[in-house]
Design a protein around this ligand. Structure first.
Ligand code: NAP
Length: 345
């Protein structure tokens, strides 16, 4: 195929706040396929905080490696098979894979994955908009489901706090916890998001973490304490959760948003002895390790979405040109729900 492919790459390491000018596009000819390869025209890109982590010169031990300057980014994506030299894939099929941030992807089935998912797979229609398979019925849904149920052992009697609760993962986690009977508070970064948490998602409590010390805000939202904290932020949020945790509480460590875009480093917990005194369990997790729960998640979340007991929002930017803007917007918190780029090829 002789088409020109545009691939988004890292132009320079971000210094503090991410900017669209930290990225640049490369242009390459779409290569001829080797035996066993599949050419995919990308249609949807998942815009994820994990990219921000990988823009740093070093990533945390055990995490995916940093992107090098000039290296094309990768990320979860949906697309349509254009050409195939693999017997399991045929032109016209819709697929998911991990080579987003480009117009066309040459994919070898069964190759390496992003943290356990992202291998080339056929996507079947399920009656929902296709891109939901990158959001509530895909990695965002699985992260929420695995973190709450498999990692933190959610109980209907729990009082729960979800941070970044208006985001892709947080909004699913908050509603899932509520639908399973828990009392749920959520936090987010603007009055509009707090209103969304209270009014649209129907949470029992909600606060803007800019409105004062997070510990005070959490204590006001959940004065009797919490049993479960779903942590996407780290830093002062994690410190507050430990202080407000009831004996035997559980913390699912999903992410550390406060650390990704900040310079200098954010405060770390100095109250960890409470893990001993209150017998708190804290467990980090990667959703890719819970892929076996994907079907169960899709069944449950799909039922809630179908009967309108779960709400889903998304911020969609159009065209690959907007991918840098989409990344900046998501990190800055412009999104409610999932952030996506729709490619108009
Ligand atoms: P998201 O929440 O939709 O978008 C990121 C959000 O981060 C923004 O909307 C912004 O919301 C918030 N934010 C930015 N800086 C912040 C800060 N300093 N303090 C608090 N909030 C801040 O993104 P997502 O895809 O759903 O991811 C949420 C979390 O899950 C991230 O930590 C991500 O790394 C993690 N994650 C983990 C896994 C896993 O396998 N463990 C998989 C997927 C995602 P506000 O306006 O509310 O600040």
């Amino acid at each position: 195929m002789s088409a020109i492919n545009r691939l988004l790459s890292l132009a320079r390491r971000p210094d503090g706040r991410l900017q669209a000018s930290d990225f640049r596009f490369l242009e390459q000819r779409v290569p001829d396929l080797a035996a066993g390869e599949v050419l995919v025209r990308n249609t949807w890109l998942s815009i994820d905080p994990s990219i921000r982590i990988r823009l740093q010169a070093r990533t945390p031990s055990g995490y995916m490696p940093p992107f090098e300057i000039g290296e094309p980014l990768v990320g979860l994506a949906l697309g349509v098979v254009q050409e195939s030299r693999h017997e399991d894939f045929a032109p016209g099929q819709t697929v998911s894979h991990m080579y987003g941030y480009r117009d066309y992807a040459v994919v070898r089935p069964g190759g390496s994955t992003i943290g356990g998912y992202g291998a080339l797979a056929k996507v079947t229609e399920n009656g929902f908009p296709l891109q939901w398979q990158l959001g509530p019925l895909g990695s965002s849904g699985l992260t929420a489901y695995a973190g709450l149920l498999a990692v933190a052992n959610l109980q209907p009697s729990d009082t729960v706090w979800i941070s970044a609760a208006a985001g892709a993962v947080g909004s699913i986690a908050a509603q899932l916890a509520k639908l399973r009977g828990a009392i749920v508070s959520g936090s987010a970064g603007s009055p509009a998001k707090v209103d969304y948490l209270r009014t649209t998602l129907g949470l029992d409590g909600a606060f803007d973490y800019h409105d004062g010390p997070v510990g005070d805000l959490l204590a006001a939202a959940a004065p009797e304490g919490i049993d479960l904290y779903f942590d996407s932020v780290g830093s002062d949020h994690l410190i507050a959760a430990i202080d407000q945790m009831r004996p035997g509480g559980r913390i699912a460590m999903c992410g550390a948003l406060a650390e990704y875009d900040n310079h200098p480093a954010t405060p770390m917990p100095s109250n960890l002895f409470q893990l001993v005194s209150k017998e708190i369990t804290i467990k980090g997790f990667r959703a890719g390790s819970y892929s076996h729960l994907m079907q169960a998640m899709q069944d449950e979340v799909g039922t809630y979405l179908r009967d309108d007991s779960m709400e889903y929002s998304e911020l969609v930017l159009h065209s690959l040109d907007k991918a840098p803007t989409a990344l900046v917007a998501m990190v800055r918190g412009d999104n409610i729900g999932k952030t996506l780029c729709a490619l108009e090829n």
